[in-house]
Design a protein around this ligand. Structure first.
Ligand SMILES: NC(=O)c1ccc[n+]([C@@H]2O[C@H](COP(=O)([O-])OP(=O)(O)OC[C@H]3O[C@@H](n4cnc5c(N)ncnc54)[C@H](OP(=O)(O)O)[C@@H]3O)[C@@H](O)[C@H]2O)c1
Length: 298
């Protein structure tokens, strides 16, 4: 029998790949989105349009109790890639309370599993995002609904910032740039998560196939845009001062500074999986950026 699965965070970079992968595996897919029009258009960083992939649309905001009440009726499973990345919102409202509202409804509806996308090493992070994600993972782990918690390394989408810096001629890393990570493509992560959906509850730390230092990633980005590498190491003390100042400006600036600063300072290497390589992704995106620039000049 076809299983019915709810995806929240479906319009995001990962969420769109997830919907595509689950649909490919013949799930009946329900999504919660804030704008159907935006969902149906192409997504960010090459992620797919949801136009032909969704069976059941719920339009609303996860912070609205009227949206989440009964959202799991008729649903067998839930997967959440819901979170605050670049949106102007408090992670405690979305990553914690938003996911919690849907989990509570999943418990009421007695769904078979709840897949949650956290982030690698959130338990050591001091940003609001990391603390909210750790808190929700803990609630999900203790839920009556079996939880699959997937903690990924950085996504290819986020590393596109390195291309932007390389195009501008200079990039920044922390200290000597030896922090390691294995970035993962949204399609590869979606594949890994879809494999876990019918699985037992558990927790997985996961990343892409290439384990690289920040310096190596910067070199790949400069290579992709055809420029000579020029990167600067920011001393750890400068980052700590920036955090001190950010904490006094606003909770949002504090969260962003701590999130990105700690990301630059902490190795994030999960179980290597997938077939997409960051060097190739950089080359494709550098070319796409160049074509767009040529088009706008022509
Ligand atoms: N990006 C990374 O490198 C990375 C690494 C590890 C873990 N993660 C985690 O993986 C998850 C997905 O990341 P991503 O890069 O795909 O993020 P993303 O592109 O920003 O997607 C976030 C999703 O959450 C939705 N959302 C936010 N606030 C909402 C609200 N109030 N009501 C309904 N939906 C709301 C967004 O909807 P809208 O489109 O309407 O804003 C979007 O669909 C996040 O939890 C993130 O923390 C990300």
């Amino acid at each position: 029998m076809t299983e019915h699965i709810l995806v929240i965070g479906a319009t995001g970079y990962l969420g769109r790949h997830l919907v595509a992968e689950l649909k490919r595996r013949a799930y009946r897919v329900r999504v919660l989105v804030r704008s159907r029009e935006r969902a149906q258009a192409d997504g960010p960083f090459g992620s797919p349009a949801l136009a032909d992939l969704v069976d059941d649309w719920i339009i609303g905001d996860v912070t609205d109790p009227e949206t989440t009440a009964g959202i799991c009726d008729g649903v067998d499973r839930v997967v959440s890639s819901l979170g605050v990345t670049r949106q102007k919102a408090d992670p405690w409202d979305i990553d914690f309370r938003g996911n919690l509202a849907v989990l509570r409804d999943a418990e009421r509806a007695k769904v078979r599993s709840f897949g949650y996308v956290g982030v690698l090493h959130s338990e050591t992070g001091t940003s609001a995002t990391m603390r909210a994600k750790t808190a929700f993972s803990e609630v999900a782990r203790r839920s009556s609904v079996p939880a699959q918690i997937i903690n990924p390394s950085g996504y290819f989408s986020d590393l596109t910032d390195l291309l932007t810096m390389a195009r501008a001629g200079m990039s920044l890393h922390l200290g000597t740039g030896e922090t390691k990570l294995n970035p993962i493509h949204g399609a590869d992560l979606a594949h890994f998560i879809a494999d876990r959906v019918p699985d037992a509850p558990g927790r997985w730390d996961v990343g892409g196939p290439d384990i690289l230092t920040y310096r190596q990633l910067e070199e790949l980005a400069f290579d992709a845009v055809g420029k000579k590498p020029h990167s600067i190491g920011v001393p750890g003390q400068v980052l700590r001062s920036a955090e001190w100042i950010a904490d006094r400006i606003s909770p949002r600036i504090s969260n962003l500074t701590r999130f990105f600063g700690e990301g630059l300072a902490t190795d994030a290497v999960g179980l290597p999986t997938g077939t997409h390589h960051i060097a190739e992704y950089f080359r494709e995106h550098a070319q796409a950026g160049q074509n767009a620039e040529d088009g706008s000049l022509g």
